[in-house]
Design a protein around this ligand. Structure first.
Ligand code: HEC
Length: 179
């Protein structure tokens, strides 16, 4: 639409509505396409953003079925990279003002995208040295494996709530990208 041109469309025909519908059609067709492709090799030229998360899912479900690849163990990665500051599943042994990650902490208040981003890119500290950026040490699937491990310390309610927050936050991010 040209700038300055009056919007003569009735409210129910706004572009935002088309965008909303379109975004759903896109995600539904992505799921359909994925289902159709499962089991067959997907040509690398096919644009499929969901493919990025595939290694983490594979590793979580069938670690031993990936020849030549060590299964990603969230618990090992946590004790090697996080525990020294954040403490163990009981919140014991941490230092430097790093918050505990268990059900008594507040990690479960935050959506996955933010948790992942803080681990990869760091987070400024409030009265602490802050969270170091670990993006050059850990891959995204490794970070997700660590987060899955941390989630096993939460209550079912906390896990459900955090999954819900994650989904809505991701929806908002996706909509923002399409703008
Ligand atoms: C050198 C110490 C240190 C290490 C190692 C470290 N962190 Fe942190 N982390 C911190 C500090 C300090 C903060 C608090 C920053 C602030 O004040 O907001 C923090 C904050 C966080 C937060 C945001 C607060 C929360 O709980 O929601 C997450 C998530 C997090 N760290 C995850 C991790 C994970 C996962 C690892 C291992 C891969 C890790 N950290 C390794 C020191 C560390």
């Amino acid at each position: 639409m040209l700038l300055g041109q009056p919007n003569l469309r009735p409210k129910y025909m706004r572009w935002s509505m088309y965008r909303y519908l379109f975004s759903h059609i896109v995600s539904i067709s992505a799921i359909v396409a994925l289902a159709a492709c499962s089991g067959t090799e997907i040509p690398s030229s096919t644009p499929m953003p969901t493919i990025q998360t595939a290694p983490a899912v594979d590793a979580a479900i069938e670690p031993s079925s990936m020849p030549g690849k060590e299964p990603i163990e969230g618990s090992d990665l946590y004790s090697a990279n996080c525990q020294v500051c954040h403490g163990d599943s009981n919140g014991a042994g941490g230092r430097g003002g790093a918050p505990i990650h268990n059900d008594r902490g507040h990690t479960w208040h935050h959506p996955d995208a933010r948790l992942r981003g803080w681990v990869l890119n760091g987070k400024l500290g409030f009265g602490s040295a802050g969270m170091p950026a670990l993006g050059d040490k850990l891959t995204e699937p490794e970070v997700d494996a660590i987060l899955t491990f941390i989630k096993s310390w939460w209550t079912t309610e906390q896990r459900d709530s955090q999954a819900d927050i994650s989904e809505r936050y991701q929806d908002a991010l996706d909509k923002q990208k399409k703008r």
